[in-house]
Design a protein around this ligand. Structure first.
Ligand SMILES: Cc1cc2nc3c(=O)[nH]c(=O)nc-3n(C[C@H](O)[C@H](O)[C@H](O)COP(=O)(O)O)c2cc1C
Length: 185
């Protein structure tokens, strides 16, 4: 069975990031995938301690909420990451998580991907309607995932949520659902 692991960097359970991630999950499940989700707003998450355990071990020394994610990523065919844009970047919660993904690359200076070949979908939501606002932040994290050897299939950037009349388009929801379907098979 295909496995998909989702990381949600939004603190808002019913926010636009969560809605789009849900569509990806539904699409993947509709094709029979097993989907696991990690809530990056969980209070049981600790930041990287800089101990460098992961330079010589494929994993993390911190035993917390995120500990099971290393095996989940290892076993997954696809990774899905979502975050709102806060101050032109991913959220603080997502950045804390990102530091904890340092085990995805081994070595000291050469940074060899340890778990390459995963399909990847990234999802972003931002208040401003101008996509340029979040573009640099999105480029940054998509580049980090490329370093991990993960293959970006689609990157959705939902813009303009601060507008009181904003409603997520059916087109965007459908795109996310189809992204989920396309992760499988
Ligand atoms: C602390 C904070 C910082 C934000 N910074 C930005 C920003 O730099 N640019 C922007 O367009 N929207 C910004 N926003 C608005 C969010 O990106 C927007 O509300 C988005 O829809 C949140 O995603 P969610 O609906 O998944 O929670 C910010 C919101 C918060 C709470």
């Amino acid at each position: 069975m295909s496995k998909v692991v989702i990381f949600n960097g939004s603190p808002r359970k019913n926010g636009y990031t969560a809605k789009l991630l849900e569509q990806v999950a539904k699409g993947a499940k509709s094709k029979g995938a097993e989907v696991i989700e990690f809530d990056l707003n969980d209070s049981g998450i600790r930041g990287c301690q800089g101990c460098y355990y992961c330079r010589t071990n494929d994993g993390c020394a911190i035993k917390d909420y995120l500990q099971p994610m290393y095996e989940a990523i290892n076993a997954a065919d696809a990774v899905v990451f979502g975050s709102p844009i806060y101050y032109h970047q991913i959220t603080g919660q997502a950045k804390v998580w990102l530091d904890r993904t340092f085990p995805m690359i081994g070595g000291l200076g050469d940074f060899v991907p340890r778990h390459p070949g995963k399909k990847l979908i990234t999802i972003f939501a931002q208040g401003a309607s101008d996509p340029k606002i979040g573009a640099e932040g999105i480029k940054f994290i998509n580049n980090v995932f490329a370093l991990y050897g993960w293959d970006l299939e689609d990157s959705i950037h939902c813009c303009g949520t601060s507008d009181p009349s904003f409603a997520m388009s059916d087109e965007l929801s459908l795109r996310a659902f189809k992204d989920g379907e396309n992760l499988i098979g």
